[in-house]
Design a protein around this ligand. Structure first.
Ligand code: 5GP
Length: 215
């Protein structure tokens, strides 16, 4: 029988690269790891596909799903709803998979409460300046949306200490390696990864967070 899988929550401010990191991890371990596709009421961006990037639904449909308990968690981010459909999660856990939930901080807190065995990782940008320039160069948001996202980013970073691990996405490959180390440690308790995983634990980045909060 398979060992039960694990929920792995990954959060981080908009444009920290958390989606890219998680998709690279899944590319490396396609049989062991899976990404939960969220539901949202926001409009698709150019290049996004329904059912792949998100399930794009109306507000009415989203609220119907909340009422009929079809969401593991949900939250409002800006003007839009985002949430995790509950349906495939239990099956993946039974199959022994690591199930990645790439979600914002309020939803992450709800999952931790509902599923205390879930582990969580917060991805920091190397600096707020780099975060802003990544957000701008993405070119998917207008000025006002970007301003709101930067405000939310500061708020989210101030909650990074709620997470089991904090990593910095300075170099993509290193951030991917960090998440792999964490998963191996949590899923298999491989002692050779123990030291590396310990290093990634929270207190390490507290200076960075307080710097960001001073701005
Ligand atoms: P974006 O509009 O940039 O795709 O996502 C905005 C924020 O919503 C990001 O922080 C993203 O991680 C988060 N998000 C995406 N899916 C979910 C979800 O299912 N639940 C929650 N709570 N947040 C989500």
């Amino acid at each position: 029988m398979n060992k039960r899988g694990r929920l792995m929550i990954v959060s981080g401010a908009s444009a920290t690269g958390k989606d890219t990191i998680v998709s690279k991890v899944i590319e490396r371990y396609p049989d062991e790891a899976v990404l939960s596709v969220s539901m949202t009421t926001r409009s698709p961006r150019c290049g996004e596909t329904d059912g792949v990037d998100y399930f794009f639904v109306s507000e009415e449909k989203f609220e119907e799903n909340i009422k009929s308990n079809k969401m593991l968690e949900f939250a409002k981010y800006g003007e839009n709803y985002y949430g995790t459909p509950i349906e495939p999660i239990e099956r993946w856990l039974e199959e022994g998979k690591i199930v990645f939930l790439v979600i914002e901080v309020k939803g992450a807190a709800l999952v931790r409460k509902r599923c205390p065995e879930a582990k969580s990782v917060f991805v920091l940008p190397p600096s707020m300046e780099i975060l802003e320039s990544r957000l701008r160069s993405r070119g998917t948001e207008d000025e006002e949306t970007m301003r709101v996202r930067l405000e939310i980013a500061k708020d989210e970073i101030s909650r990074a200490d709620e997470y089991d691990y904090i990593i910095v996405n300075d170099k993509l490959d290193d951030a991917v390696d960090d998440i792999v180390t964490i998963c191996k440690y949590e899923q298999h308790c491989e002692s050779r990864d123990e030291q590396a995983a310990e290093k990634l634990k929270k207190c390490k980045m507290m200076n960075f967070i307080s710097e960001v909060m001073k701005k």
